[in-house]
Design a protein around this ligand. Structure first.
Ligand code: PLP
Length: 294
């Protein structure tokens, strides 16, 4: 992490070492905060509007009274990226419920802490993983589900993600996938999942964070006349898929070579995964759907 990075915090731009939050911040005390991550590649921030809309939904649903509106967040994000002088970056923007005024505070009365952190672009996997595929473990833990906290809240409260990740790494896997409460495949801690079977694409329709990259891949698949089904997927479908990949802002499509001990049938990455990923990167480099940093 660049020590000289500049952080946006509550209307000010500060060097990382000086950007501090209070120990009474409810983001820290209670994990009461929402965030989003958008990325820039070669000077273009991809799908900024879509990320801002998703963030705004999280803010409305959590009743955070931010000082910045959508346009304010957009401007602050672009300014922070420029100040950090990065053309390819991972840009995290966060709103916490702010400083607790009492030991037990009324959450309706809040002045959010607003933060933007720009780091060099990161991929979810290293180069070998991106080229040859990674191994996913089906976690025994569950992600958020609509009957507890709808996964569309993009919230920072991710203890169960950390626990599941440690278990997956200890077991020799690279990452994990959650099931929902009915045993259907949901998503990964930072990615959505797709399978290809007999030339048809499938991805879960509900009980997931609506990944911005997921939607881009759905749209790209349609441009090459692929049938796309948003439906329940079981672990059996994962074990018998021709191709599997995950999608995220951190790298587009990531090929999967194994799920809980079952190797994926076709050579990894599969032809459709490769095709869609190259369309994705072409789109990113074209600047279409992007905001130019200038
Ligand atoms: C739980 C979860 N699912 C899916 C994703 C992928 O979303 P996106 O494509 O918008 O990066 C993320 C991203 O961080 C996530 O946290």
């Amino acid at each position: 992490m660049a020590e000289n990075s500049i952080i946006y915090i509550n209307g000010e731009f500060k060097p990382l070492a000086e950007a501090k939050i209070s120990v009474l911040d409810q983001g820290f005390l209670l994990g009461d905060a929402v965030f989003d991550v958008v990325s820039a590649w070669n000077g273009y921030i991809f799908k900024l509007d879509e990320h801002l809309d998703r963030f705004e939904d999280s803010l409305r649903a959590t009743r955070m009274n931010c000082s910045l509106d959508k346009e304010g967040w957009r401007k602050a994000i672009i300014d922070t990226v420029k100040l950090n002088n990065l053309k390819s970056a991972s840009i995290r923007f966060i709103a916490t419920r702010g400083i607790s005024k009492e030991v037990i505070a009324d959450p309706r009365d809040n002045s959010p802490t607003e933060i933007i952190w720009v780091a060099p672009y990161v991929f979810l996997a290293d180069e070998t993983g991106r080229k040859e595929g990674i191994k996913l473990m089906i976690s025994h833990l569950r992600g958020f589900t609509p009957d507890t906290l709808d996964p569309r809240y993009k919230c920072v409260d991710r203890l169960h993600y950390q626990l599941a990740k440690m278990e997956a790494l200890d077991a020799g896997y690279d990452d994990l996938i959650w099931l929902d409460n009915n045993g259907h495949v949901a998503e990964g801690p930072a990615s959505n999942i797709f399978i290809i079977k007999n030339g048809i694409m499938y991805t879960p329709g509900d009980g997931i964070l609506r990944g911005i990259t997921r939607q881009v891949f759905i749209d790209l698949a349609k441009t090459i006349n692929m049938e796309v089904n948003l439906c329940n997927i079981s672990t059996f479908d994962l074990f018998t898929a021709d191709e599997i990949f995950t999608t995220s802002t951190a790298g587009g499509a990531l090929p999967i070579k194994e799920v809980s001990g079952r190797k994926v049938k076709d050579s990894v990455p599969g032809t459709i995964t490769k095709k869609l990923d190259s369309l994705y990167w072409r789109l990113r480099e074209s600047g279409e759907g992007s905001t130019l940093i200038n």
